[in-house]
Write a protein that binds this ligand. Structure first.
Ligand SMILES: Nc1ncnc2c1ncn2[C@@H]1O[C@H](COP(=O)(O)OP(=O)(O)O)[C@@H](O)[C@H]1O
Ligand SMILES: [Mg+2]
Length: 256
């Protein structure tokens, strides 16, 4: 579904990504792990069109993403979340999801008025989808709560909900459990499992919590200093000497 080939990216003298190769097959949940500064977010930025690579190619569902804008990539079914979620705290949970679908509504008011019946149909469809997404994520009971009043975990679920509005085929999730109370991490993990099972969504996830990685991912890539240093099942990468030295650490046992 996604094939990244020989991708490189530098920021002045800093080589953020060096000859990175990565594949995601349809229906999989693939993990991307590595120390801070190893290039994970940069890789997501380039795949989702927010930055351009210096060299290499990215092919999604058989066509190149080179030069494509984030919007056009999203329309093709590839969406991403950001490591730090943006705003929307003064909107309710439901409004937040509707705002994420806002792109689909005519920008030109006059054109919109001429097409009012069609517009209402789109708005109804969005409302229906937003309620469906809230139900999928177990958030129906907070539909009318301001997002600012929700817990960190619930806000992370809203981030997932925003990308789900577009019925994506592939989601890139940047640290979906970051900042979430450890006791609620399984709520996020369950939501991701539901996304794949009920909506057939393929996932590529940056995640530091190895327990979540082990539970979710059939394959994992390990980045260190911009290079892929290991690839395999969670069990394989957790016993890889180089991964243990450069990321997991010898003193920290990994609970599976
Ligand atoms: N816009 C930028 N300009 C300059 N350096 C950047 C920029 N974005 C990221 N970097 C650097 O590139 C490296 C990789 O960063 P990043 O992709 O954010 O890593 P990760 O997400 O794995 O923590 C880091 O050294 C970071 O400081
Ligand atoms: Mg990052």
């Amino acid at each position: 579904m996604l094939e990244v080939r020989s991708l490189s990216k530098s920021y002045a003298a800093l080589r953020a990504l060096q000859d990175v190769n990565l594949q995601v097959c349809e229906g999989q949940i693939v993990g991307l792990i590595g120390p801070n500064g190893s290039g994970k977010s940069t890789l997501f930025d380039i795949v989702s069109g927010f930055q351009q690579g210096d060299a290499g190619s990215i092919v999604f569902r058989g066509s190149s993403l080179r030069g494509a804008s984030p919007n056009s990539i999203a329309r093709r079914g590839l969406v991403r979340t950001f490591q730090h979620s943006e705003g929307g705290h003064r909107m309710t949970a439901l409004e937040n999801l509707l705002a994420a679908a806002g792109d689909q509504i005519e920008a030109n008011l006059f054109a919109a008025l001429l097409r009012l019946p069609q517009l209402l149909k789109v708005e109804n469809a969005n409302l229906e989808r937003a309620r469906e997404v809230l139900a999928l994520l177990g958030l129906t009971h907070v539909e009318n709560e301001y997002v600012g009043n929700l817990s960190g975990g619930q806000r992370k679920l809203i981030d997932l909900g925003r990308v789900l509005m577009a019925r994506p085929a592939l989601c890139l999730l940047d640290e979906p459990t970051a900042g979430v109370n450890p006791s609620l991490i399984n709520v996020i993990v369950d939501a991701l499992i539901t996304m794949r099972r009920d909506e057939g969504i393929t996932l590529l996830i940056v995640e530091h919590n190895m327990r979540a990685v082990t539970e979710l991912c059939e394959r994992v890539y390990v980045l260190a200093a911009g290079r892929v240093i290991a690839e395999g099942t969670p069990a394989e990468i957790q016993s890889d000497e180089q991964v243990i030295t450069s990321y997991l650490g010898r003193s920290r046992p990994v609970h599976a």
